[in-house]
Design a protein around this ligand. Structure first.
Ligand SMILES: [Zn+2]
Ligand SMILES: [Zn+2]
Length: 141
């Protein structure tokens, strides 16, 4: 069975969206060509940075970052990186380096714990202490 008809996110044309296809055939071919262009450029200019590549090829920053994350430039022997949005360290995927990611996760976790604690306290206040004791009792199995 053929895939569902969907609008191509690039050109808006209707196309059969088989699993794994993100865009219509035409745009896919065009993207492949652009990726090849970007790969060739990076291979010829291994020291180039993303803005330079965007300027000199048809590639977009988003596309290049995806290609970095997929290890596409390592395949041609170039370790292309871009900067962590927080500290500027060279990274190859995501928005932040491993250190900043760990720090962010700690922050998020801390915030979540605070929220849970607050919610529990509010729940307790709402129910009153007598109810709470009863509930604890019934929960025990
Ligand atoms: Zn298209
Ligand atoms: Zn960082």
């Amino acid at each position: 069975m053929a895939g569902k008809l969907k609008n191509c996110p690039v050109c808006g044309k209707l196309f059969a969206a088989d699993p794994g296809t993100r865009m219509c055939r035409d745009c896919f071919v065009k993207e492949q060509e652009t990726e090849l262009e970007v790969t060739n450029y990076v291979r010829d200019h291994p020291k180039s940075k993303i803005p330079e590549i965007v300027e000199n090829t048809h590639g977009t920053e988003k596309m290049i970052k995806r290609m970095i994350a997929e290890g596409r430039f390592q395949q041609v022997g170039v370790n292309l990186t871009y900067s962590c949005e927080k500290c500027g360290a060279p990274i190859m995927s995501g928005k932040f380096c491993r250190d900043c990611m760990a720090e962010l996760q700690r922050e998020v976790k801390g915030a979540q714990e605070k929220m849970t604690l607050k919610a529990e306290k509010e729940e307790e206040a709402r129910k009153g202490h007598g109810m709470r004791a009863k509930e604890l009792h019934t929960k025990k199995k």
